[in-house]
Design a protein around this ligand. Sequence first.
Ligand code: C2O
Length: 534
Amino acid sequence: MSMVSSRRGLPLVLSALLLAVLILSAQADVKRYQFDIVMSNMSRLCHAKSMVTVNGSYPGPTVYAREGDRVVVRVTNRVEHNVTIHWHGLKQRRNGWADGPAYVTQCPIQGGAGSYTYDFNVTGQRGRLWWHAHIAWLRATVHGAIVVLPERGVPYPFPKPDAEAEIILGEWWHADVDAVEKQGRMLGMAPNTSDAHTINGKPGPLFPCSEKHTYALQVQWGKTYILRVINAAVNDELFFSIAGHTMTVVEIDATYTKPLAASTIQLSPGQTTNVLVRADQRPGRYFMAAKPFNDVPVPADNKAATAILQYAGVPTSARYPADVPRAVDRHLLYTIGLNVDLCASCVNGSHLVASLNNITFMMPRVALLQAHYGGLRGVFAADFPDRPPARFNYTGVPLTAGLATSLVTRLSKLAYNSSVELVLQDTNLLSVESHPFHLHGYNFFVVGRGLGNFDPAKDPAKYNLVDPPERNTVGVPAGGWTAIRFRADNPGVWFLHCHLEVHTSWGLKMAFLVEDGNGPDQSALPPPKDLPKC
Ligand code: C2O
């Protein structure tokens, strides 16, 4: 204002223009990053290994932005592996081109100096998310945090913490993860479990040779910290706790939530949870630990990662209402199945596959989003069934007869702005198991969940349509179901998949094709010029 009024001599139009420019530049910044995909030599647990990283760090660099900013990340791929980067939980409105899952929204960035610039606006969301490679298992080592600060002058809806820290939980293999996945595929069986879990890239003192590799967070007595916990593990759901300290959960998947006090939190791969911790115990050193959650006897790496916390509740604000769709235009029920299928090229003649409504998703050779907007025919069918082919006692005794799966690329078409309810139903095909499902391009409301079979006559009456959690990744309980609702207001092709990478590899995935609307801001943006080719 002072700048404008000091130029009293300028014509009115000019000063108004100047003011507009000032306001615009005060609101939206452009944040630029360069990501170099490189091989780095890292040592952990007595082993040094050469692995793919961004800019040589593990976890990779944190991306900072403020709500409303434009973020431009130029990725240059200097390794042999093909790569893409996904901004997990960013809605990318109308801009699927920047979303990143390989062969869904883009062809990979080719090894040997291929490059692509992810250019997107961060609007209508704030909080802590993460980015990761979205091709095969590369995200094991290629991931990092995204911080979206609230707009200037807008406070958090909880007491302001004195400081913050990132806690990124990861999974470590001595071997190259590509080789681990390939071996699993060749055998048609579950790939080798990891050798360690990590906290901020370090396994902690319970592992041999890892004294140097312990993360420690310095805190001061009496201060309150916000810990941004991210589960970046590839296949393991993890518990996290801090000895002697209570955590207050205030944000999940970059959505403010009703505060909840807990001594232990559980996160599925893909989920982020922010907790407030007050350093109010007797000064000393306290363990932080991350250990797998296992409710069914599948092979898992049960080793706990540890780190050290070292001494040196507010209601959801009216600003962030839960806008839950009340009426539902499309009811979807997807069953989650595991099967053993014949496989001529596999060593054992058969292999494990996973399916939704008996469909094992086949990855296309060109990106679905590209095929859709480029009018390429024959890449996919848009007829993914809204219900399983047969009704059966989903969670009853193991049952496999008559439930053969097909390997095809089928998408579900959603009308622009329709309200959708999706019930994800686990089954006892082969075995029950829990599955964290992630939807790209959206947040959704978790309106209900339960054990056993979903009952469309009775269960909806128990839904929470008032203040359900809003997130981008949700667990489907082993032998149970989870119901989510969202409004299909983001046109494009959006991936839905289990965030356990081993299950994604087996085909536990599909995609929605959300049609363009008729309004001015209701259709997908045109593809960027440097979009990689397949
Ligand atoms: Cu965090 Cu499709 O991914």
